[in-house]
Design a protein around this ligand. Structure first.
Ligand SMILES: O=C(O)COP(=O)(O)O
Ligand SMILES: [Mg+2]
Length: 229
């Protein structure tokens, strides 16, 4: 394999369900809020499909699916309660998926610029990434608050790549859910879909360009996409 053969390419990563297995901590916060209101908790497996559209969507749909009262007027206070609890427990169970660190190191060694485009707020994303020691890999971490429009809008991918110093016409998105694939399509960027994330729609039906079952398959997938350009 040629050295630095990915010079000039940028890879934008989704965070939850793609780089890091975060569902247990996110659902843990949801469950503590439900318990505080006398509502039965949700098993992580039953609730993890809620991850990927940001904290407010997880909270609203989690409350509704658990049978808790949801009033939009209460949303700001409930969201603040969620964010405070989650930040205090951000990496209790959360771990990078197997192969993430090694693969990111190899992609960087081959010259790729790496960045994060997530619907998790930037401060929480940075806190998680730093807690797991992943910060050195990324030129920039872009939550929805750092871009003009969040995934599935293509601006999230385009602007994250540009902030990283990359070129959106020479970039690849890697994600686990519909917001990622749609954002990539809207940005005109090819998309690798991981099958181990949190999508309620089967990963194979999301419309991505390449599917991978393990993170270690990413290098080969990137090579295939670039060869097909
Ligand atoms: O739902 C979230 O908080 C973020 O999800 P994402 O990292 O998969 O975009
Ligand atoms: Mg995701």
């Amino acid at each position: 394999m040629a050295e630095r053969d990915l010079d000039g390419w940028t890879i934008a990563f989704d965070l939850d369900g793609t780089l890091v297995e975060t569902a247990a901590d996110l659902i843990g916060t949801l469950n503590r809020m439900l318990a505080a209101r006398g509502i039965a908790q949700m098993p992580v497996e039953a609730a993890q499909h809620l991850v990927g559209h940001g904290a407010l969507a997880l909270l609203r749909h989690g409350f509704q699916e658990a049978g808790a009262v949801w009033e939009d007027a209460q949303a700001p206070a409930l969201l603040q309660e969620f964010l405070d609890d989650y930040l205090a427990n951000i990496a209790v169970h959360s771990q990078p998926y197997e192969g993430v660190v090694e693969t990111l190191d190899r992609l960087a060694a081959r010259g790729a610029i790496l960045c994060v485009a997530t619907n998790k707020r930037t401060d929480l994303s940075v806190a998680l990434i730093e807690a797991l020691g992943l910060g050195r890999h990324f030129a920039v971490v872009c939550g929805p608050d750092r871009v003009s429009a969040r995934k599935p809008d293509g601006a999230h991918v385009r602007e994250a790549v540009q902030m990283a110093g990359g070129d959106p016409t020479r970039s690849i998105m890697v994600g686990d859910g519909a917001p990622d694939v749609q954002a990539a399509k809207n940005a005109g960027v090819p998309c690798v879909v991981v099958t181990f994330g949190y999508t309620p729609i089967p990963a194979a039906e999301l419309g991505g360009d390449v599917l991978i079952d393990r993170f270690a398959e990413l290098e080969a997938a990137v090579g295939r996409l670039i060869a097909a350009q």
